[in-house]
Design a protein around this ligand. Structure first.
Ligand code: SF4
Length: 81
C-alpha cells in the first residue's frame, strides 16, 4: 500500500505521487460517463481550494477526488460542484 503521509495535503495524486496513479481506474469509466476536460479541470480547481482535500482524498466522502471528478454523474458531497 502506498504511503500517502508525506504528500502535501493540497496536492492531487496526479502531481504528488509517482508510484500511485489513478489511470487504471479512470480508464474503467465508460467514455460516455466521463466529465469533459473542462468540467474535470473546473471540479478539481474547486477541490484544490477546499479544506476537505487531503493528499488527493476528499475528507468528506473518502473518495479520490480525481476519480470522482472524472465521473460525470458524481458530485461533491457538499455540492461545491
Ligand atoms: S469533493 Fe467537495 S468536499 Fe470533497 S474535496 Fe472536493 S470540493 Fe471538497
Amino acid at each position: 500500500m502506498t504511503d500517502l503521509s508525506s504528500i502535501c495535503p493540497r496536492c492531487l495524486l496526479e502531481k504528488a505521487s509517482a508510484d500511485f496513479d489513478l489511470t487504471e481506474y479512470m480508464e474503467r469509466v465508460e467514455p460516455d460517463a466521463r466529465s469533459s476536460e473542462e468540467e474535470y479541470a473546473s471540479r478539481l480547481a474547486v477541490c484544490q481550494t477546499c479544506d476537505y482535500l487531503n493528499a488527493g482524498l476528499c475528507g468528506a466522502c473518502g473518495c479520490y477526488v480525481e476519480l470522482r471528478a472524472y465521473t460525470a454523474a458524481r458530485h461533491c458531497p457538499y455540492e461545491k460542484w
